[in-house]
Ligand binder design. Structure first.
Ligand code: CTP
Length: 402
């Protein structure tokens, strides 16, 4: 796939990673992609306009008033002349200003005026990335359809380690290619995905949980977003980063997960990959204590709502509802029974028996159970299972809703 003839407006914001923008420009030019660069004032402290100009073979814009001259291209025109607007690196500050709708310099003015898709490649210190303010800003941007690549995990210039490193230029290039050239069969569709375990409190310090890592559900959310869907991911407590370009709603319990799913409707597609606890107990208001010689407390369990069945059988049912079946035995028979009992369209069945290393692991071997039959897929990384499932969903949706 070549980017020849495409045009990217590249906004470079301040930060130590700004030097990687030079490599990105070089990669884009090598593919024949036209690049116009805009720098924030802070970016000019890290790389020179001259370097970007030489590599892009184009004029570099870096001050708001440089566009006031009648002979210059106006803001609106500059923001719309490209096929895609890319912000790389995107500092915490520019992401906050984008989320707030500011137009305080040339870069943010263009971002507010553009009618093109926007891709951001965040880059900042791990604590800034994990700060609630940044998370809220990213959720706002995702809900507006802004695509995200990275950040990566690794050592940082500030001697800390974690998520916050700018994605490597080849990864940013791949994300640009996917947005400009990649098929977007799910554009205009809304997908709801659940992921991770739920935590059902026993008392203020203890809870019932399971081994789900959220990897498979998160990968499905990312794969659907890559195909152009607007994705709402309702996630239980997990220790993995939010997938790119997805609105993430964090919950703890099964009942909260159901409420968040119902609130996210309407959706065209729903994929229920979460390992929802089947039972909960009434939470003791105070920590349960061991009285000397007393027997352990009995837990009386009550059933949690079944989210998949509720949404499959409720009003406003998505056109395609996909459930999972995590089984340790009789995988196919159990999956087929679940398909009928829950009222969903497909079940992705997987063997989570001892030694399968699926729950909490990075690979999955699944069987897709539909009314038409059973497909057995090879054991694949969870990302690849997600990509394949997203492609199948796109094919199905094209047929069902066209
Ligand atoms: N599921 C759900 N809400 C629940 C339980 C399960 O939405 N309270 C969904 C899961 O996300 C999955 C499917 O139902 O898509 C099957 O989950 P699984 O745990 O395999 O089956 P259960 O319905 O819990 O049945 P069992 O535990 O008896 O196998």
């Amino acid at each position: 796939m070549s980017l020849a003839g495409k045009r990217v407006l590249l906004i470079v914001s301040g930060g130590i990673a700004a030097y990687k923008a030079l490599e990105l420009v070089r990669l884009l030019r090598r593919e024949g992609c036209g690049v116009t660069c805009v720098m924030t004032p802070a970016a000019a402290e890290f790389v020179t306009p001259l370097s970007l100009q030489a590599l892009s073979e184009n004029r570099v814009y870096h001050e708001l008033f440089s566009l006031t001259d009648e002979s210059e291209m106006g803001h609106i025109q500059l923001s719309r002349a490209a096929d895609l607007v890319v912000v790389a690196p995107a500092s915490a500050d520019i992401l906050a200003r984008m989320a707030g709708g500011h137009a305080s310099d040339l870069a943010t003015t263009l971002l507010l005026a553009t009618d093109k898709r926007v891709l951001v490649a965040p880059s900042m210190n791990v604590r800034m990335w994990e700060h609630d303010a940044t998370r809220a800003n990213m959720a706002t941007l995702a809900s507006r359809g802004v695509a995200v690549v990275g950040p990566d995990e690794g050592a940082m210039a500030c001697n800390e380690y974690g998520f916050g490193r700018l994605a490597e230029p080849p990864m940013i290039l791949a994300a640009i290619r996917a947005l400009l050239d990649g098929p977007q069969p799910l554009a205009g569709r809304h997908a709801l995905v659940t992921s991770g375990p739920t935590h059902e409190p026993i008392d203020p310090v203890r809870y019932i949980a399971n081994r789900s890592s959220g990897r498979q559900g998160h990968a499905i959310a990312a794969a659907l977003a890559r195909l152009g869907a607007r994705v709402t991911l309702v996630s239980g407590p997990v220790a993995i980063p939010d997938p790119a370009g997805v609105l993430v709603i964090q919950v703890e319990t099964g009942r909260q997960m159901l409420a968040a799913c119902q609130q996210a409707l309407p959706a065209d597609i729903a994929v229920f990959a979460a390992a929802v606890a089947d039972w909960r107990t009434d939470m003791a208001p105070l920590k349960l204590k061991k009285a000397p010689g007393a027997p352990p407390p009995g837990l009386s369990l009550v059933a949690n709502p079944d989210i998949l069945a509720t949404i499959s059988q409720g009003a406003g049912r998505p056109a395609l509802v996909v459930g999972f079946a995590a089984e340790t035995n009789d995988v196919l028979a159990n999956a087929q029974a679940k398909l009928a009992r829950k009222g969903c369209d497909w079940i992705v069945a997987n063997d989570v028996g001892e030694g399968s290393d699926v729950m909490g692991g990075t690979e999955n071997a699944v069987q897709l159970v539909t009314a038409a039959g059973v497909e057995t897929w090879p054991r694949l990384p969870k990302d690849a299972v997600a990509a394949r499932l997203a492609d199948r969903i796109a094919d199905q949706i094209r047929g069902a809703l066209s």
